[in-house]
Write a new protein. Structure first.
Length: 330
């Protein structure tokens, strides 16, 4: 009897040891799987943030979408052949859902709404072609439907095939092709504003700031295209500076834009510091009130003239323009 019990105890101990080893192996395997997924996620995180930012126009919301994509992938039990494609799919679908929300629909319907200006390095974005994240390009994207926006970015920026895009957005290849055609047609109208050299951009920006500071309406008119458009985004509640309220809708025409800019500049507090920065990959200007970003100025240029003036006055969306460096703007 004792011998039998001894054998049973040995078998029992051996079984427990094997079970512990198997459990340890599974834990190690799970840790390895999590680490490999994390490495894959980190390797394409900057591209994912860039995609979500262009879809939504806000960096914080874009980062939320990317973080949620990681959480969903971490919980995903099945194997994934192409991690990048899988994550792009999740991020795109999350962005499309977000754009259907009441908040997003309200924001995107505002005629004075501008995408958030961003220092690309600080924003942690990977962009092969800077014009694809310029403010002019982002404003063009806002004119598209969410689906058209997704198809254009996925096909022309991320090189996905229509079959893949159709599966991703829940449509057909034919619908994807038609959406791409419409999107390209809208963008083609103002594509010339996406190819200006950095040198030309910086030159006209400097001249524009000098003329605005001096209140020189005639000089401002000479730098602006005849049909130039100015958009000032003061947030959903609007904003005023020195009694001058931001424009509730775009202002068109060189003389009208020049008069508004000159009048507003003369009411700007003398304590403000004007600093040259690079935002969205292009020369820009940030206005500082102490250490706080007060506003940002960006331009779209084509044919040697300023075609668009983008003035960001919503301080809640100036958190990614970098820190004050006291660099003169002109």
């Amino acid at each position: 009897m004792n011998r039998g019990f001894t054998r049973l105890e040995r078998v029992s101990h051996d079984g427990e040891a094997i079970l512990r080893r198997n459990m340890d192996t599974r834990k190690v395997s799970a840790r390895v799987n999590t680490l490999s997924r994390l490495e894959a996620f980190q390797s394409c995180r900057r591209e994912l943030v860039s995609l979500a930012y262009r879809m939504l126009g806000e960096l914080a919301r874009a980062e939320d979408m990317v973080q949620e994509a990681w959480v969903r992938w971490e919980r995903h039990a099945g194997e994934v052949d192409d991690a990048k494609a899988f994550l792009i799919t999740i991020v795109t679908r999350l962005c499309l859902t977000e754009l259907k929300s009441a908040r997003a629909r309200h924001e995107e319907s505002r005629p004075d709404r501008l995408p958030e200006p961003v220092d690309l390095e600080e924003g942690g974005m990977a962009v092969e072609r800077l014009e694809q994240v310029s403010m002019a390009f982002l404003v063009l994207l806002q004119r598209l439907t969410p689906a058209e926006r997704a198809v254009l970015l996925l096909h022309d920026v991320f090189d996905l095939e229509h079959r893949e895009i159709a599966e991703l957005v829940g449509g057909t290849e034919v619908a994807s092709r038609k959406q791409l055609e419409r999107a390209r047609r809208h963008v083609a109208e103002d594509r010339r504003m996406l190819v200006t050299s950095t040198e030309e951009h910086r030159r006209l920006l400097g001249l524009f700031v000098q003329a605005a500071t001096a209140g020189d309406v005639q000089a401002l008119v000479s730098y602006l295209a005849d049909d130039a458009v100015m958009i000032t985004d003061g947030g959903s509640g609007g904003r005023s500076v020195g009694g001058q309220r931001n424009l509730p809708k775009p202002l068109q025409g060189a003389s009208r834009v020049a008069a508004f800019v000159a009048a507003t500049s003369q009411r700007t507090p003398a304590t403000f510091v004007v600093e040259a920065r690079t935002l969205n990959g292009q020369p820009s200007v940030v206005f500082w009130d102490g250490d706080r970003a007060f506003a940002a100025l960006q331009l779209a240029i084509a044919d040697g003239k300023i075609q668009r003036v983008f003035f960001h006055a919503d301080v809640s969306r100036l958190g990614h323009v970098g820190h004050r460096e006291d660099t003169p703007a002109s």
